[in-house]
Write a protein that binds this ligand. Structure first.
Ligand code: HEC
Length: 148
């Protein structure tokens, strides 16, 4: 391989890196200004992350058997129904915004059914908006929205 060719390749690699870096920062901007399209696969890992303890309170078939909060195995489909049957009076307009609210502001709307009966308010921690990074929250929401 001639020296010119090597330099041409190096130049191309640098251009590609600059281009990719540009793409990354665009994505980051979207992340902070709009609702992010999260990654459901990464979201599953966030759900089982011991730092957040979702699994200690929630049952998710095949993953966890918490008994304090609602069963989340089909949460995406459950929320879609709730948004159209008039049982949810809140501000969320789609499954993603409902789940974002449910996770970051659980007192805004108390889910109707928990394993032992009606759900209690003020049980789910209300500081996940601070504990989860914007990416973790988006991924978690994408994971839950895809269920059902
Ligand atoms: C200490 C127990 C506890 C922990 C920890 C907990 N939750 Fe909850 N969660 C609840 C309870 C109780 C409710 C029902 C009351 C309410 O809606 O606030 C609930 C409600 C929800 C709902 C709404 C369900 C519906 O049908 O509207 C979602 C979604 C949810 N939790 C997800 C999570 C995720 C994700 C985590 C981890 C980041 C988590 N929870 C951690 C107890 C918990």
């Amino acid at each position: 391989m001639g020296l010119t060719r090597v330099w041409r390749l190096v130049g191309f690699a640098i251009l590609a890196l600059v281009f990719l870096a540009g793409c990354r920062s665009t994505t980051a901007n979207v992340t902070t200004t709009a609702v992010v399209a999260g990654n459901a696969v990464t979201g599953a890992a966030v759900f089982v992350d011991a730092r957040f303890a979702c699994t200690s309170c929630h049952t998710f078939e095949g993953i966890s058997d918490g008994n304090t909060g609602p069963i989340l195995t089909t949460i995406g489909a459950d929320v879609a129904v709730r948004l159209t049957d008039g049982s949810y009076p809140g501000a969320a307009t789609d499954v993603v915004s409902y789940l974002r609210e449910a996770i970051t502001d659980p007192r805004a709307f108390v889910a109707p059914a928990c394993p032992a009966g009606p759900c209690f308010d003020r049980v789910m921690p209300n500081n996940f908006g601070e504990l989860l990074s914007p990416e973790e929250l988006a991924d978690l929401v994408a994971f839950l929205a895809a269920q059902g």
